[in-house]
Write a protein that binds this ligand. Structure first.
Ligand code: CP3
Length: 324
């Protein structure tokens, strides 16, 4: 999950200034930032220090990531003419630094590395709105008023995501998470008609690569069956819905990832432990990846996160023992 500023002091000490899009151009540095939380917390997987906007940035669409705000687009996507500003990425030329970072990590890591990409809808929402949005009015307006252009835009973004994912897998990423963070703004029928076909194409592609896939969005309680049908191996769930209920709604078999409310991590250790244990107890006994329901809040105390990892490990050791 995006860690909203990576709250660690060791991160702030080495990150330097400038946008994350510039920082990741230094593979040794990006690899070190990826390794820091693994070292400090002892988590069971690493997530690459990169961003969903990297390919759009790399093909020169004109995006920056402003601290505390998120992606900001210089000239947002407005009409048919803007399609020519999108082209497929050529990973070796456009993002060699991402591939080099993954190669370093493949040597260094003792846990799996999760690569990732933005789902076409969420990336489209940024390039149409020009930045973060509350109601996604421009995006929804384009999709309903000009479905032909919408389809061309999403096809193009689907190809870009597939190129981005494919190169990460070839470089050594062992699982892929697809972030459709803002899909929860859509009615199920809109998601079904205008978004699901493109996300489905991405999960079908990942399947051909033989690595597990995870699908995540925020506030997606009503979309879970449709997002599950897109074909991931794991569904990421935010904190608004209990895992047992999420399991029922998805219906088809897939594992779950989630779902502690990141804001709980700002309270005291006892409360946090209790919440974590409640989630572990309500989770399916086979196929659960413990995670927060969204990114870590920047003001989170690292010791709280360390405590969570310990609680999860003690619990899973106990379950494994019971199974034997
Ligand atoms: O913690 C990590 O380093 C994991 C890697 C990661 C980042 N972005 C690094 C990052 C991941 C998985 C992402 C995905 C991402 N980026 C998503 C999907 C996941 C989610 O959180 O819903 C989205 C929506 C984005 C777009 C984006 N990038 C936003 C909204 C922001 C936050 C701006 C802010 O400062 O609050 C970013 C910046 C960003 N990407 C940061 C990190 C660690 C924080 C700023 C920085 O270090 O430069």
């Amino acid at each position: 999950m995006r860690q909203a500023g990576r709250s660690l002091p060791e991160y702030r000490a080495i990150r330097g200034s400038g946008s994350i899009l510039e920082v990741i151009k230094h593979p040794e540095l990006a690899a070190e930032i990826t390794l820091q939380p693994v070292r400090r917390y002892g988590v069971d997987a690493a997530i690459l220090y990169s961003d969903i906007m990297v390919p759009i940035f790399a093909i020169g669409f004109g995006v920056d990531i402003a601290p505390g705000i998120g992606p900001v687009i210089e000239n947002p996507f407005r009409s048919e003419a803007d399609l020519s500003r999108l082209r497929n990425i050529n990973p070796e030329q456009d993002i060699p630094y991402v591939l080099d970072t993954i190669k370093i990590l493949s040597q260094e890591l003792k846990v799996p590395l999760i690569g990732f990409a933005g789902a076409p809808f969420t990336v489209a929402s940024y390039i149409i709105e020009g930045g973060p949005s509350r109601n996604y009015a421009k995006t929804k307006s384009l999709l309903h008023t000009n479905p032909a252009l919408w389809n061309k835009l999403l096809s193009s973004l689907t190809d870009i995501s597939i190129g981005f994912i494919s190169s990460q897998i070839q470089a050594g990423a062992q699982a892929i998470q697809i972030f459709d963070s803002w899909a929860g703004t859509l009615a199920p029928s809109t998601y079904h008609d205008f978004v699901q076909p493109f996300s489905k194409k991405i999960f079908s592609f990942i399947k051909t690569q033989g690595v597990p896939s995870i699908h995540f969005g925020v506030g997606t309680g009503e979309l879970l069956p449709l997002m599950g049908q897109a074909g991931p191996d794991v569904m990421g769930i935010d904190w608004r819905i209990p895992l047992s209920e999420a399991r029922n709604r998805i219906g088809i078999p897939c594992a779950l990832q989630g779902n502690l409310d990141p804001a709980i991590c700002l309270s005291d250790p006892k409360i946090v432990k209790n919440e974590v244990e409640n989630i572990l107890l309500s989770a399916p006994k086979n196929g659960h990846i413990f995670n927060l329901g969204h990114g870590v809040l920047p003001e989170t105390n690292p010791d709280i996160l360390k405590g969570i990892v310990e609680t999860v490990h003690i619990f899973s050791q106990k379950i494994n023992k019971d199974k034997q």
